[in-house]
Design a protein around this ligand. Structure first.
Ligand SMILES: [Fe+2]
Length: 317
């Protein structure tokens, strides 16, 4: 048998295709890109072989990815939702943010952050248009690993309204709502007025929702408030605080709950002095949470908000 014929026949087996593709990427100049591409090909081919993916299923995957891309805008990120619900976001988070003892743990960024939230004074009300929710004061300090206050730290905060929807999901809301940036005072203190966070289902009108339905999973997330806490000279932390009483703490649709981020929201039937000063007249909830930042490393970490700027610009096109 001539040599050429033999080679051609051998290259038609599944394993030979994998080897040929790996060889084709072997000359990638950037060593990190090479590592990622070779790992991706190896696992992707193994996966396809293991489940014996059919052509119909392959087309279905292309449809799902196409649909996910089409759903993305400056207000909606279906791929982040996929990553979150597949648990990939949390694996990336755990690898990338191994914190020293005492530093606030991070969790998923999620798809609902929006740029341009307003700067607010201490006690500023991010829920100024939400009349149905229970007024809630979240306060605490931003500290370093030695417990010293960090003045001038910025807390970028976002949350759903009491109807369980983010502003970007609620057609009746024009512009930004339930979002604000707070700066710590000389003692590292912050004070946020909001409404009680509620549990909510992640959007289920797209391919992620279809996946959850088809796999018998629920879409609920336990009640939480999102934060990115930043200060000069420290590593920013992207995190949430969760309501300790929530029924979905054990089964968060995006696997984001960490024990250290669970917080008590204490109900007071009459306003606390601080709440009264801010004009709250009825029952109020208070939550106290200190954020602890670790010093910035020698190598600057990618800023989550810069990545968000690029994503939003892509979505807005
Ligand atoms: Fe959320």
């Amino acid at each position: 048998m001539p040599d050429g014929e033999n080679k051609l026949r051998r290259s038609t087996t599944e394993d030979d295709i994998t080897a040929a593709v790996l060889a084709r990427f072997a000359a990638t100049p950037d060593p990190r890109l090479k590592q990622i591409m070779l790992g991706l090909i190896k696992h992707l081919h193994e996966f396809v072989q293991e489940v014996e993916l059919t052509e119909t299923e392959w087309f279905q995957a292309i449809e799902i990815l196409t649909e996910a891309g089409k759903m993305c805008s400056d207000k909606r990120q279906e791929f982040i939702l996929f990553s979150d619900t597949l648990g990939v976001s949390m694996v990336v988070d755990l690898i990338g943010h191994r914190k020293p003892e005492g530093a606030t743990e991070s969790t998923v960024f999620g798809p609902f952050h929006r740029l341009g939230s307003p700067e607010m004074p201490p006690g500023g009300n991010i829920a100024h248009r939400d009349t149905a929710g229970i007024p809630t004061l979240v306060s605490g300090r931003v500290l370093d690993l030695d417990g010293k206050p960090i003045a001038g730290a910025v807390l970028d905060v976002w949350q759903t309204q009491s109807n369980g929807l983010y502003d970007s999901q609620d057609a009746s809301v024009d512009g930004l709502h339930m979002r604000g940036k707070f700066t710590t005072d000389a003692e590292g203190r912050y004070l946020i007025r909001t409404v009680r966070p509620v549990n909510y289902p992640i959007p289920s009108d797209g391919p992620v929702g279809a996946m959850l339905k088809a796999t018998g999973r629920h879409p609920w997330r336990p009640a939480h408030i999102h934060f990115v806490v930043m200060a000069d000279g420290y590593e920013a932390v992207t995190t949430h605080i969760f309501d300790r009483t929530d029924e979905y703490l054990e089964s968060d649709a995006v696997f984001a709950v960490k024990e250290s981020l669970i917080c008590d929201f204490t109900r007071h039937e009459t306003p606390t002095p601080q709440a009264a000063k801010l004009g709250v007249t009825g029952p109020v909830l208070t939550a106290d949470f200190d954020f602890v930042l670790k010093p910035a490393g020698a190598v600057a970490q990618a800023n989550v908000l810069d990545a968000q700027r690029r994503l939003a610009a892509l979505g807005a096109r």
